[in-house]
Ligand binder design. Structure first.
Ligand code: GDP
Length: 362
């Protein structure tokens, strides 16, 4: 799928970078353009692709400090410039646009929904969002921001592919320490998905068509992506269990949104040397995905790839009713209440200290 990426905010820029690098290393060529957008100048500097600084008149290149309403305002204010920068990149070849952002911060959280709306207004190709949810350990502000951003983004974008920052970081590792490995995990999964519909030079035509990805995401709302791989035998008959077990792992332990299993639609892509892919294994795996997701729309296909391993990539469309999303939205709502309570306490403290009978010290 020929895709143009727009990385908004710090996380958006870093994840876009990881995606661009992966696509380049693998030689896929499915990412045909990338742009970084931020209100913080320093976060744009390390990016190896073109960038636009927004909100310069309001925040002077220093970022919006986690204020996602301000993030939305500065994106709206400079939308014309951002859209202008994008117009040369979103050529007739483009099959999708993906807006990438961390939902817990300010610029990406507020800016991504605004940009998705603008892009939908102008372009006919699907506009997807790749949204990163804050981990459970991140503070109240992150949860509140992400809840509000997700609600808006799910409405504006054609589908929001959600990645939970708790999904792949190993125990003992802080979320920050884990960013490198999380970003690499995102790049591998999303990079393979984008490339699944591409013909890969030297290994023949891919049999997954871009339209299968688009149709799987057609139900809108929220989507998730699972992945797992394992050593393969050269004999396809010996790989029946390899295909079924990597598919199970992809969905049950390797997804970007843990425990999101119930889905409206799904796409199962099995990647590896074409001669080693077991047809019987693929059939069984597909049936299993159908039962597990409760979806009658499970599409499938192969992704020929030179590798000694077999991998399974499972894209789930319409997972917003899953326990995981509900749990997150409850967490965000509780965080809003907590923030309100903190504000009420602050107000009453302020009143307490406004007592004029008592003089201050200095
Ligand atoms: P912004 O620049 O104002 O949009 O804010 P950030 O992009 O820093 O958003 C903060 C959120 O993104 C928090 O939930 C962080 O945990 C997350 N985040 C920041 N950097 C990264 C990163 O490199 N990778 C991932 N996966 N998440 C990140």
């Amino acid at each position: 799928m020929k895709t143009v990426l727009v990385g908004v905010g710090q996380a958006g820029g870093k994840v876009t970078s990881a995606l661009v690098d992966f696509d380049h290393e693998m030689g896929f060529g499915s990412i045909i353009g990338a742009l970084g957008v931020n209100s913080a100048k320093a976060d744009l500097q390390p990016l190896q692709f073109d960038t636009v600084l927004v909100g310069q008149d309001r925040v002077k290149g220093h970022g919006v400090g986690g204020d996602n309403e301000l993030g939305a305002e500065v994106m709206q204010g400079d939308a014309r410039e951002v859209m202008g920068e994008l117009s040369g990149r979103i050529t007739a070849e483009a099959e999708a646009i993906v807006v990438v952002a961390g939902l817990g911060g300010g610029t990406g959280s507020g800016g991504a929904p605004v940009l998705a709306k603008e892009l939908k207004r102008v372009y006919d190709v699907p506009v997807y969002a790749l949204g990163i949810l804050p981990g459970r350990g991140e503070g109240t502000m992150y949860q509140v921001n992400a809840g509000r951003s997700l609600k808006t983004l799910a409405r504006e974008a054609d589908s929001v592919l959600l990645v939970d920052n708790d999904a792949w970081h190993s125990s003992g590792e802080s979320v920050e320490e884990g960013f490198g490995s999380i970003n690499a995990n995102i790049a591998r999964r999303v990079g393979l998905l984008l490339a699944a519909g591409e013909a890969v030079e030297g290994v023949g035509e891919s049999v997954v068509d871009t339209s299968e990805v688009i149709n799987t995401l057609r139900s809108g709302g929220i989507s998730a992506l699972g992945y797992a791989s394992a050593e393969a035998s050269e004999d396809p008959d010996e790989n029946i269990n390899v295909v079924t077990s990597v598919t199970r792992n992809a969905l049950l332990t390797g997804t970007s949104l843990p425990n999101a299993v119930e889905a409206d639609s799904a796409l199962l892509v099995v990647a590896g040397e074409p001669e080693t892919i077991s047809r019987k294994g693929v059939e069984r795996a597909r049936k299993w995905v159908e039962e597990e997701t409760g979806s009658m729309q499970v599409r499938g296909g192969d992704f020929p790839l030179e590798s000694g391993r077999l991998a399974s990539l499972v894209l789930l469309g319409g997972v917003e009713r899953s326990g995981r999303v509900e749990e997150f939205m409850e967490r965000a709502a509780a965080a809003v209440e907590e923030a309100d309570e903190q504000e009420a306490t602050r107000d009453s403290e302020e009143k307490l200290f406004q007592n004029d009978d008592l003089d201050g010290l200095i």
